[in-house]
Design a protein around this ligand. Structure first.
Ligand SMILES: [Zn+2]
Ligand SMILES: [Zn+2]
Ligand SMILES: [Zn+2]
Length: 432
């Protein structure tokens, strides 16, 4: 660990390398530890909604007088952020509309700047810890390598004035380490706010049956138990969305983190059947018809992902509806591939400000979600939250309050009872 945390210790987890375990009991909802970010960056698209320095969400933030693009609570936050913001402030002015580094390049620039300016021992230890993770540059596929090269080019183009950019090979290694160890900071509805590095949290190994959940308070990460833990239990988070069947989860883990999971659920595959639920027919559906449809579903999901930034919202909605219709001939509505496309369709409806459309999909998603995810899941709470807020917006108060209360039950455990999100939610429920 970067420092010692009461009740926790580093250990060698069999088959996984270093890991983290508890040395005392923790109850569901209890905070294991809170971890400040070593380095973080607010998403460019969230500028103006959050303070760049402390990630406070509020109205009336003050903008940087020079670039007019960064927003802060007050002069104190602005001053605190300057060491990082100065990497971008004048460059944004110089490049104007053409300033477009990826979030990854932005985070790496900050890590490099921090490495250079801060010479204290604790910082080098933290970086050592990041470097501790195996680098997998060699076995990377072409697609990822090309992405890395684009990020790298962005770093040279937008940051070379303020940074000594290291050698190509070292930089590639750093990018792949950050890709493996970066955490996405998300809000209460799981919308992406930024990316950060938490060396202590990066120690935690993966399981599809996680014992803890990570939430964010400002720029810090908080780790809370979602299962009762006894001394000696390993602390386990999920690196991926655990909605999907075992094969899909493991290809995801191999692609992004270079390992396969051997947790109890990956061995027993106990939920796979429910996750791949097919329609009830008088004559059972042939296995090869099902596997063909699974192939179709995976392709549709991939195609949607790559079209997301190219197609118009109505084209995207049509893609969702078409694939739902096709899959619906074989798959039940509670099948995870159906749920995936419904979730995407709901997102498009929200973007298009079509609350009725969004509710239509959300109502189909929420029940299977609650069954397929573990009891305390941010995917479930955020879905209840979105639905609840949509109902409230349409003056459907009793449905709204009921959904918001269900979100609250999860969030009190995952975020803690005193989190500002929970306080906001309490207000929303009381208001009606
Ligand atoms: Zn602030
Ligand atoms: Zn500025
Ligand atoms: Zn697993």
């Amino acid at each position: 660990m970067t420092g010692s945390i009461e009740g926790l210790e580093r250990f060698d987890s069999p088959g996984k390398g270093r890991g983290l375990r508890v040395t005392r009991a923790f109850k569901v909802g209890e905070l294991l530890f809170s971890s400040p970010a070593y380095c973080y960056v607010l998403s460019a698209k969230e500028r103006g909604c959050y303070c760049e320095f402390c990630f406070n969400r509020k109205e009336g933030l003050a903008r940087c007088g020079k670039c007019k693009k960064a927003f802060y609570c007050n002069a104190k936050c602005q001053k605190g952020d300057w060491a990082m913001h100065k990497l971008e402030c004048s460059a944004m002015l110089a490049f104007g509309e053409n300033w477009c580094p990826s979030e990854m390049s932005r985070l790496v620039a900050r890590i490099l700047a921090k490495k250079k300016t801060q010479k204290e021992r604790c910082v080098s230890e933290k970086l050592l810890l990041i470097g501790d993770v195996q680098s997998h540059v060699e076995d990377e596929d072409n697609e990822r390598r090309e992405m890395n090269e684009a990020d790298l080019a962005g770093l040279h183009r937008f940051y070379s004035k303020h940074l000594e950019v290291p050698e190509h090979k070292d930089l590639l290694t750093l990018f792949s380490q950050v890709a493996c160890n970066g955490f996405t900071i998300e809000d209460d509805e799981l919308s992406h706010m930024g990316t950060a590095i938490y060396p202590d949290v990066a120690l935690i190994n993966h399981s599809c049956l996680p014992s803890v959940i990570v939430t964010y308070k400002g720029t810090s990460a908080e780790i809370r138990a979602v299962q009762d833990m006894k001394p000696g239990d390993e602390v386990l988070i999920s690196y991926i969305d655990i909605l999907y069947p075992t094969d899909d989860r493991n290809s995801r883990l191999r692609e992004n983190y270079y390992f396969s999971c051997e947790c109890q659920e990956c061995k027993s595959k106990s939920k796979d059947k429910a996750k791949m639920k097919v329609r009830k027919r008088r004559d059972p559906i042939e296995p090869d018809v099902i596997s063909n449809m699974v192939r179709y579903a995976r392709k549709a999901i991939r195609e949607f992902r790559t079209s997301k930034h190219i197609k118009t919202p109505s084209e995207l909605l049509e893609m969702c509806e078409q694939s739902l219709e096709e899959m619906g001939t074989i798959f039940d509505d509670a099948n995870v591939y159906m749920l995936h496309m419904m979730y995407q369709a709901m997102g498009v409806c929200l973007y298009m400000e079509d609350p009725e459309g969004a509710i239509k999909y959300g109502e189909k998603i929420i029940k299977p979600y609650s069954r397929l995810y573990p009891p305390y899941s941010l995917n479930v709470s955020s879905m209840y939250l979105k639905l609840g807020r949509l109902y409230m917006g349409l003056e459907k108060h009793s449905a709204g309050v009921s959904a918001l209360k269900k979100a609250m039950a999860v969030m009190e455990v995952a975020h803690g009872k005193d989190h500002s999100y929970v306080a906001e939610l309490r207000k929303e429920i009381a208001q009606k």
